[in-house]
Design a protein around this ligand. Sequence first.
Ligand code: SF4
Length: 475
Amino acid sequence: MHIYQTIPGNQNDRQRPLEKCGVFAVYNYQGPGNAGIITYLGLLALQHRGQESAGIAYPDLDGMKLIKGMGLVDQIFNRDILNMITSATMLGHVRYSTTGSSNPSNAQPLVARSVDQSSIALAHNGNLTNTRHLHNKLLEEGQIFHTTSDTEIILAHIFHYRRQGMVEAIKRTMQEIRGAYAAVLMDEKHLYAFRDPNGFRPLVIGNSGPTYYLASETAALDTVGADFIREVKPGEIVMIGPNGLHSCLGKSATRRSLCIFEYVYFARPDSVIAGNNVHQVRKSVGIQLADRISAELDMVIPSPDSGVSAAMGLAEALQIPLEWAVHRNPYLGRTFIEPTQDERELAVRLKFNPISAIIRGKKIAVVDDSLVRGTTAKILTGLLRSAGAEAVHLCIASPPYKNPCYYGIDIPVAADLAFNQANAESLAEKIGADSITFATPDDLYKAVGSASNNYCTACFSGEYPGLRSRRGKVS
Ligand code: SF4
């Protein structure tokens, strides 16, 4: 019997694309509490970016120490043990696997030690696109791998070049690796942050008095009471040490290609990315969706909890009520059932319960942030009809997914993507909805207030920054 776990991140429950990782680091923490507790809190704030494993690394008198394991942050770390850590500097990571399998050895941070007992630790968010080439090259040079993760390839390169100085080693490594990386490296005295020249994944710097922080999202800085200073720029290397913060160019930025789906749903609504609050971007897309819907509607309801911000925008623009008409059970845990279609439906019924007193006889717009396989939308639509809805119109606050992601997001294979099997009309019919309306790429660009060429949009446009696309385009 398979154990089917309904927590996000489980391989069997991939109704939504999954973010690969979150990174959090603190330098020279001066209390209250200690760096262990602060890193734990920072990782909790980034839990949505990875639920398979988590870990921390910190320098100690006898070398780099690691605590990591499989599961959620609060399942792995023990408060009493964290409280005993004396290091004021620490590096943490939450992971969901896209490259490399889900097993304890792939949990990050990864540590490399030399014979002289010096060591470095690395945590990485993203996905390299020339992994196979680099892996083969390192194997030929005699490298022994301990994991199946592309992060070890980055670590092996930096370790190989370390005698040239850490900044130079990172610079040399950045010339060889391709793809998406927002990474933090730690040695005994410094933290180093570096980001790929396209800036696919976010990475921010914060401070509070003499303490510096690095995090995947500003929400983690808010959680630990730090002020946002700025983002790590695409192609930049930042070094934080006893002499403060220093920066240099690691590799010239080519075309900025921030993942636009960070705004759609990967990031927390309370985070700010490239100057835009994520909730406000989602709400703005919802407002623009109002121009695309011609159906008569009585109310808007969000798909819990992913469609809330866009639903607020849509209801506001249409001037109709926004109702909390589907209860989501937050206490699911394990359901111990087989991942068959019937039992998947049972799991969704366990998760969602529509409130028929609100829904009966009403024409409803159901708003979600995206549509991937369409399984959840289909079951939710059926539940709403059973609860007495007169009409169910699906509104999706992003363009349809059509292509896989090579930059650190786990999207189901193209054949499983709902829109690749149907057009909007036949898709609505398949799902059982009266209609389905998607946001357009222009709705997203308008919401983020920036030109399309500042973003990666490959999963709906097919234009892969730095890669030859299926249509033969390199952007
Ligand atoms: Fe983001 Fe899609 Fe680009 Fe992947 S392909 S980085 S999910 S926009």
